[in-house]
Design a protein around this ligand. Sequence first.
Ligand SMILES: Nc1ncnc2c1ncn2[C@@H]1O[C@H](COP(=O)(O)OP(=O)(O)O)[C@@H](O)[C@H]1O
Ligand SMILES: [Mg+2]
Length: 318
Amino acid sequence: MTATVAVGEGSEWAVETRGLTKRFGSNVAVSGVDLRIPRGCAFGYLGPNGAGKTTLIRVLLGLTQADAGSMWLLGQPVPQHRDLALARVGAIVDEPRFHAHLTGRQNLQVLAAAREPAARGRIEAALERVGILHRADDRVSKYSMGMRQRLGVAACLIGDPQLLILDEPMNGLDPAGMHEMRDMIRALVGEGRTVVLSSHLLDEVERTCDAVAIVDRGNVIRQGPISELLAGAAVTLQVDCSEPRRAGALLAETNLPVTVAIEENGLAVTLAGGEPRDVIAEIARILISGNISVWRLQLVQTSLESWFLQITSRLGED
Ligand SMILES: Nc1ncnc2c1ncn2[C@@H]1O[C@H](COP(=O)(O)OP(=O)(O)O)[C@@H](O)[C@H]1O
Ligand SMILES: [Mg+2]
């Protein structure tokens, strides 16, 4: 009896790795990486240059062999079922490469010829989807970096992928190009696809992705939904008030779970625990009953960047 499992079924993870390791001599580029990338989200693999992002992607795609560990793409073990898994995976590693003397459409025709028959029928929609249909008959040599990146995504889409893996898709793009790429990634996720992207740009990952793994020197330091990671971060309350020194002293006399920094026009209060609403209400009571004039109380949203700098200072150096 044979059991047939359609690609994409049988696992809640789009990508799963256990103990994945890749060495170049004594250099451990990917070090015991355990990833669990949920389906239907944009997932950022975030780390500085040299952290091992491209190497991880190359290992996932079977472009280079792992030294240790196991991995699954869309529920399929790879490399064992590599062809089955990769049939529903689209990837751009490093920069997308095309024949510069052919047009965008011709490039997709060449790629479609190597895929299943249905791929050819997806070319027009893919060109339109990434917004370059009006330039489809221009040679790729005339394309900007942003248009090449988009053609790269179109090349992925002709395979109707459930999973897209994009290595540094924002590289070489100007702010407008980054904005378009971000919108496109969100739209692909909106269609139920999973997009995994690597990046060294904290800000872009924060804006584009739902979940993230932070990688440094081959090691994944943290991973999870961005909202959950940030929920564990310290929260800062900006207080604009009179007599900052006396206000700070009043708060220091209490046993509230806060750290207070005195500023020119008030206080920056870091909340180290407790329910923020209760702590803020108590701060307001203490200051006002101490005859301090309070002009503004504002909770400052922790960004991924400031959170990241709390757990390691290394990214900030790059
Ligand atoms: N083919 C290779 N041969 C030897 N070392 C490599 C090779 N590819 C990558 N490395 C090394 O592995 C580490 C990770 O590189 P890479 O995966 O390209 O990082 P990232 O993509 O995060 O910038 C770096 O120290 C790099 O020098
Ligand atoms: Mg890289």
